[in-house]
Ligand binder design. Structure first.
Ligand code: NDP
Length: 376
């Protein structure tokens, strides 16, 4: 007998306060997933015809997952009693790599052993097993040479970087983009994709507590293909505009695109580096400070400002999403696209709830050595 475990929340708040394995109710809901997964050996005949039983392999802890648990994220998965918990609960997590453990009799295009990711965010991925339908999932056609972590982290960060570099401005080889949060999962993906496509990048990181750590981070990003890496304090320095001119004035290539996941004053400084009719795409707000649109630049430099949300894009473009995922995974297989640094947390049957809660809570603390990933 195997039972599933899930990391759930029944009210919004800090992950360390509200996350738990859930209190099992005394009378499980008739459709409780716990029941469905009790008998892993004989589950196949009893699976509803279009259903899949999934075994989780790897699920990352992304910043948005925390905001969702805090109740400050626009998409809020409904709290239900389907898990058999005493109070209605939602499962944390939005992304991950799963292996199909068995399929219902009506499932034709998926088979035991296939790897899948979720088509949309909001499924609740932090759980050891789950039931899903064929419509919920996107099959990884070729898992050869890939790890569960690579597959489990492809659909949010790299897809976001890919779309922002391609869908807002037409960059040509030699053109520049500038971004903050450059050492984030999205930032690292943008550096690498940009390099592959011939774009040059100015990458802003936060100053580390000591110069050695700052230099080490810069070198890490240069190794990924960054053209320039600077700290926020370099960006904010008056001379920075001249440095950008020096880098970019040798040819016709302009700073056409800015990618912003920070906000606040450093973003105002970043906006000043955009060329005439440049475009700032905002996709995150790590500093929790607003983006100030500079009136003069808006009018006289014809700057454009947009936002991007990968959840919205994925739901609107399911076919392109699959293509995007497959393309990035192909780059990964070829060694052209490097993994983000991760801090893995093993989730076994005996793993204490507190270990997982701590891993989740640490995500927004900054200056981290890697993205937290739960591996099962
Ligand atoms: P990671 O977990 O990989 O990295 C977090 C990044 O945030 C690091 O660069 C870190 O810098 C930086 N950071 C942390 N705290 C602060 C702070 N107070 N001020 C400024 N920077 C800070 O992040 P992801 O790549 O997963 O996500 C990055 C951002 O992008 C998040 O805001 C996330 O919500 C957003 N995002 C948005 C998507 C969308 O569709 N709109 C999709 C994917 C991500 P440091 O090392 O200096 O701490």
């Amino acid at each position: 007998y195997t039972q599933a475990k899930a990391l759930v929340y029944s009210k919004y708040g800090e992950p360390s306060d509200v996350l738990s394995y859930g209190d099992p109710g005394t009378e499980p809901h008739p459709q409780a997933m716990r029941r469905e997964v009790l008998h892993t050996h004989s589950i196949s005949p009893s699976l509803p015809s279009g259903s899949l039983l999934l075994r989780t392999l790897a699920t990352p802890i992304n910043p948005a997952d925390i905001n969702q648990i805090q109740g400050v994220y626009p998409s809020k998965p409904p709290m239900t009693q389907l898990l058999g918990t005493q109070s209605p609960a939602a499962v944390g997590g939005n992304e991950g790599c799963f292996e199909i453990a068995s399929v219902g009799s009506g499932v034709k295009d998926l088979a035991k052993g296939d790897w899948i990711i979720m088509k949309s965010t909001g499924f609740g991925t932090w759980r050891t097993h789950t039931l899903a339908t064929e419509q919920d999932v996107l099959k990884i056609d070729n898992k050869e040479g890939l790890t569960p972590i690579q597959v489990g982290t492809v659909s949010v960060n790299p897809c976001t970087a890919y779309r922002m570099l391609r869908d807002f401005e037409t960059l040509k080889e030699g053109d520049w983009f500038i971004q903050n949060g450059a050492n984030s999962g999205v930032g690292r993906a943008a550096i690498q994709l940009g390099k592959m496509w011939g774009y040059r990048s100015i990458n802003v990181i936060r100053d580390r507590p000591d110069a050695e750590a700052t230099e080490k981070m810069k070198q890490e990003l240069y190794a990924l293909g960054a053209t320039q890496v600077v700290t926020e304090s370099e960006l904010m320095d008056r001379s920075f505009g001249d440095r950008v001119k020096e880098w970019t004035s040798s040819g016709p290539h302009r700073v056409k695109l800015g990618l912003n996941c920070v906000g606040g004053k450093p973003t105002s400084a970043l906006i000043k580096c955009l060329s005439h009719s440049g475009h700032l795409v905002t996709y995150g707000g790590m500093s929790k400070q607003p983006v100030n649109l500079p009136t003069g630049l808006l009018i006289f430099k014809d700057l454009k400002f947009s936002g991007f949300w990968v959840s919205r894009w994925s739901d609107a473009h399911p076919v392109e999403k699959k293509k995007c995922v497959e393309e990035i995974l192909e780059y990964t297989r070829l060694g052209l696209f490097k993994d983000v640094p991760v801090e893995t947390v093993q989730w076994d049957w005996d793993t204490q709830e507190s270990v997982l809660k701590e891993a989740v809570q640490g995500t927004l603390s900054g200056f981290r050595a890697g993205k937290g990933v739960l591996v099962y």
